[in-house]
Design a protein around this ligand. Structure first.
Ligand SMILES: [Zn+2]
Length: 242
């Protein structure tokens, strides 16, 4: 990797050696990048404070060893102060970061994912939006982005228009009363998912606790875990109650 300047969101950091920290970044133009920030755990470090998970930063990276770049400079673009002040909002943000970190796409740039990620964090930082469905909406949007848009308007097994009574994460959509594969789903949860995927998300996020919210969170978590092929730790603790 050569020197690069880019925007990034910090997905995760962990300690390395005496005073260093490894940061995992999702950059706008260079995909997922790992970098070492040297000396950042010393009190005198100027860059340590900017490299906290979910910070949106401008970063200058130098050539390091192997695929590990070296952090030369970093400055905040957004620290998401409101988000950090709320345990509920923070938990949704951590779930989103964990999912992005689990995307198996090393070294492949995906600017759309970067844009979706920053937008989700900004939404969580905006008091007029409620947090309850932000992570679930992000997961559905990621499925759409990856070409796995959930089928929500007809039975995924037989094409029947209804009644649609269950959601089958394995086949990626709802099923009718005759097929009945997957987990039972209420009419309210189905409508909520249709609104999220169908373009009414901005209004959905202005509702504090719309009917069906718990079901939708649970189904979104199941769907994204199945899509990524792995269990995710933080999702287990995402609050589903308002
Ligand atoms: Zn059917």
């Amino acid at each position: 990797m050569i020197d690069l300047r880019d925007e990034a969101v910090v997905l995760r950091t962990y300690r390395s050696g005496e005073a260093d920290r490894i940061v995992v970044l999702w950059t706008r133009e260079h995909g997922k990048v790992r970098a070492i920030a040297k000396g950042v755990r010393k009190p005198s470090s100027k860059i340590g404070g900017a490299l906290e998970p979910m910070a949106h930063v401008q970063i200058f990276l130098g050539q390091g060893r192997g695929d590990l770049a070296i952090v030369r400079q970093v400055s905040h673009l957004d620290r998401f102060i409101n988000l950090r002040a709320s345990y509920d909002r923070l938990t949704h943000a951590m779930a989103i970061l964990e999912v992005v970190d689990a995307i198996p796409l090393d070294d492949v740039a995906d600017e759309e994912i970067f844009v979706m990620l920053v937008r989700a964090l900004r939404t969580l930082d905006t008091p007029e939006f409620f947090a309850a469905l932000v992570s679930a909406s992000f997961f559905f949007k990621l499925l759409v982005h990856d070409g796995s848009e959930p089928v929500l308007n007809e039975c995924v097994s037989c094409g029947s228009l209804g009644p649609l009574v269950a959601f089958d994460a394995e086949s990626g959509g709802v099923t009718c009363a005759n097929c009945r594969n997957g987990r039972p789903i209420s009419a309210e949860a189905l409508e909520l998912m249709q609104r999220i995927v169908g373009g009414d998300l901005a209004n959905v996020l202005r509702e504090e606790s719309p009917p069906g919210v718990h079901e939708v969170n649970s189904l979104a978590h199941e769907a994204i875990e199945r899509h990524l092929g792995r269990r995710l730790k933080v999702l287990r603790s995402t609050p589903t109650s308002p």
